[in-house]
Write a protein that binds this ligand. Structure first.
Ligand SMILES: Cc1ncc(COP(=O)(O)O)c(C=O)c1O
Ligand SMILES: N[C@@H](CCCC[NH3+])C(=O)O
Length: 443
C-alpha cells in the first residue's frame, strides 16, 4: 500500500499527520488527500487529451457526493454523473455547470426527471420504457428538449462481486441488447421531436481489474451502432462505457494504472471506428471509486480490546458499519495501520470490530499490527468511495465528519452530525382525544 510516514513513524496524509487531524477533528474521521483526487482525475483526462480524442470523464458522484468534492471535480474539468434529486441538488449547490451533468437511475421519478429538464442538465441516460413515456410528457408540457443516451446491458459478466455486477442480461438496469428491447427503445426516441438521441451507454460492473470486459462491451455497442447506422441511418455522437475501474484495497489487489484503462478504451474505439468507417464518437466514462477511493482514509480510535486465547483478538473502534458498510455488504477487505506507530514491529493479527449491535459489524477480520493499546489511532486505507456515501445512522451513531487535506493544509468539508440533527425529523406523539392531527409526509 502507498502511504507516507514521517520520521517519528506517524502516518502523514496530504502533508499533515493523521494524529494532528484526529486531535483536531475527533474520530471517526474521513480524511481525503485532495492532491490524490486531482491526480486521479488528471490521469483519465490527460490520456484522452494526449490521444486527441473528444471525451468526457464524468465523476460518478454516488461514490462520494459533497459540495467541496464536486467543486474539486469541477476544478479538474470532470463532468458529473448524478442518480437522484439529492445528488443533483448537491451539484447545483456546488455551482457545477448544468450542461456537464448526466443523470442516471433505473427508476427515475417524475420529480427527478422534471428537475433534470427544468435545470437543462447535459444528458439523461434513459433506462427503461416507462421513463421514455414520462420524459415525453414532461418535455411536451415544458416545450423543452433534452439529450439522451440509452443504457443497454451488453451481456458481459465482469469478474467482480455479484452485488456490483451490472452489465449482464439479468439486471435491473438498462435495455437488453440481445432480446431486441434496446432496438425497440431506440426506435421510440430516434425521431422524437424533443428527445435527442446521442448514443449508447453501458456499465459492466465495479472494481474491475482487466480491460477485456470493457473492450468486449465496446465491441458489442459498436456492432449495434453499425447495425443501426445501416438500417436506420443513425450515427451516434457518444459512446459511454460507464465506470468500474478497480482500485487497491489490499495488497492482493493489483489494479492497472488509470491511464491504462483509458488507453485501452481509446485504442478499441479507434480501431472499431476505422474498421467500420464510423465517425469517431465522443468517449464518455464515469469513474467513481477510481477518483476518490484510494484518496480516502478513515481514522478511528481503538477502545475495548478482547483477547480470546487461541482464537483471536478483537479491537473495537469508535465507528464501523455506520461509516463503512462495505465489509458487511460485500465482504470487502481493507488494510490498516496504527497511525502513530506505523514503523513499529508487527505483533500479531487483530480483528477490527465496529461498535454496532451486529456480529457482522466487522471492518477487518485479520490485520497484522504492532501491539495495540486503548486509545491508539487506527487508519483504514482506501475508504474514499462508498464510505461516507453509504453512511447511515444505525444505533443512532452520528455521521462522521469529512476533512480535506492538501499541501499541508486541512479543512473541514462536512461537519460531524449533531444529536439535534439526528432527531430533527422526529415529532413527539401526543395521544389524541377525539380529533386527529394530520401531518403530511410528502416532499
Ligand atoms: C452507471 C454507473 N456509472 C458509474 C458507476 C461508478 O462505478 P465505480 O465507482 O466503480 O467507478 C456506477 C457504479 O457502479 C454505475 O452504476
Ligand atoms: N456501492 C458499491 C458499488 C456499486 C456502485 C454503483 N453501481 C461499492 O461500494 O462497491
Amino acid at each position: 500500500m502507498n502511504y507516507e510516514v514521517n520520521e517519528g513513524g506517524q502516518l502523514m496524509i496530504g502533508g499533515v499527520s493523521a494524529k494532528n487531524l484526529a486531535d483536531h477533528y475527533g474520530t471517526p474521521l474521513y480524511v481525503y488527500d485532495v492532491g490524490q483526487i486531482r491526480s486521479n482525475a488528471r490521469a483519465f483526462i490527460e490520456t484522452f487529451k494526449k490521444h486527441n480524442v473528444p471525451a468526457q470523464v464524468a465523476y460518478a458522484s454516488k461514490a462520494f457526493s459533497s459540495i467541496a468534492m464536486l467543486q474539486v471535480a469541477h476544478q479538474e474539468g470532470l463532468s458529473l454523473d448524478v442518480v437522484s434529486r439529492g445528488e443533483l441538488h448537491t451539484a447545483l449547490e456546488a455551482g457545477f455547470p448544468v450542461e456537464k451533468i448526466h443523470m442516471h437511475g433505473n427508476n427515475k421519478s417524475i420529480s427527478e426527471l422534471e428537475m433534470a429538464v427544468k435545470h437543462h442538465i447535459g444528458c439523461i441516460v434513459v433506462d427503461n420504457f416507462y421513463e421514455i413515456e414520462l420524459l415525453d410528457a414532461i418535455l411536451e408540457e415544458r416545450t423543452s428538449e433534452i439529450d439522451v443516451l440509452l443504457r443497454v446491458t451488453p451481456g458481459i459478466e465482469a469478474h467482480t462481486h455479484d452485488y456490483i455486477l451490472t452489465g449482464q442480461e439479468d439486471s435491473k438496469f438498462g435495455f437488453d441488447l440481445s432480446s431486441g428491447q434496446a432496438e425497440e427503445a431506440f426506435l421510440k426516441v430516434l425521431d422524437h421531436p424533443r428527445i435527442k438521441m446521442k448514443g449508447l451507454h453501458c456499465h459492466i460492473g465495479s472494481q474491475i481489474f482487466e480491460t477485456s470486459g470493457f473492450e468486449m462491451a465496446t465491441r458489442k455497442l459498436f456492432s449495434t451502432l453499425e447495425d443501426w447506422r445501416d438500417r436506420f441511418d443513425f450515427t451516434a455522437e457518444v459512446v459511454n462505457l460507464g465506470g468500474g475501474f478497480g482500485i487497491q484495497y489490499t495488497k492482493e489487489d493489483d489494479p492497472l494504472d488509470l491511464d491504462q484503462y483509458a488507453h485501452a478504451l481509446i485504442k478499441e474505439i479507434k480501431t472499431l471506428s476505422e474498421q467500420s468507417n464510423y465517425p469517431l464518437p465522443e468517449i464518455w466514462i464515469e469513474p467513481g471509486r477510481a477518483i476518490v477511493g484510494e484518496a480516502g482514509v478513515t481514522l478511528y480510535t481503538v477502545g475495548s480490546i478482547k483477547e480470546i486465547p487461541g482464537v483471536r483478538t478483537y479491537i473495537s473502534v469508535d465507528g464501523g458499519m455506520t461509516d463503512n458498510i462495505r465489509p458487511a455488504l460485500y465482504q470487502a477487505r481493507y488494510e490498516a495501520v496504527l497511525a502513530d506507530k506505523v514503523n513499529d514491529p508487527k505483533e500479531k493479527k487483530y480483528s477490527v470490530a465496529g461498535k454496532c449491535c451486529e456480529s457482522g459489524d466487522m471492518l477487518i477480520w485479520d490485520v497484522e499490527l504492532p501491539k495495540v493499546e486503548h486509545e491508539d489511532l487506527l487508519a483504514v486505507f482506501s475508504t474514499g468511495a462508498y464510505g461516507y456515501a453509504m453512511a447511515n445512522n444505525y444505533n443512532r451513531f452520528q455521521k462522521a465528519a469529512v476533512v480535506f487535506v492538501e499541501n499541508g493544509h486541512h479543512q473541514l468539508v462536512v461537519r460531524r452530525e449533531t444529536f439535534q440533527e439526528m432527531t430533527r425529523h422526529d415529532l413527539s406523539y401526543e395521544q389524541q382525544r377525539g380529533e386527529t392531527k394530520h401531518e403530511t409526509s410528502n416532499n
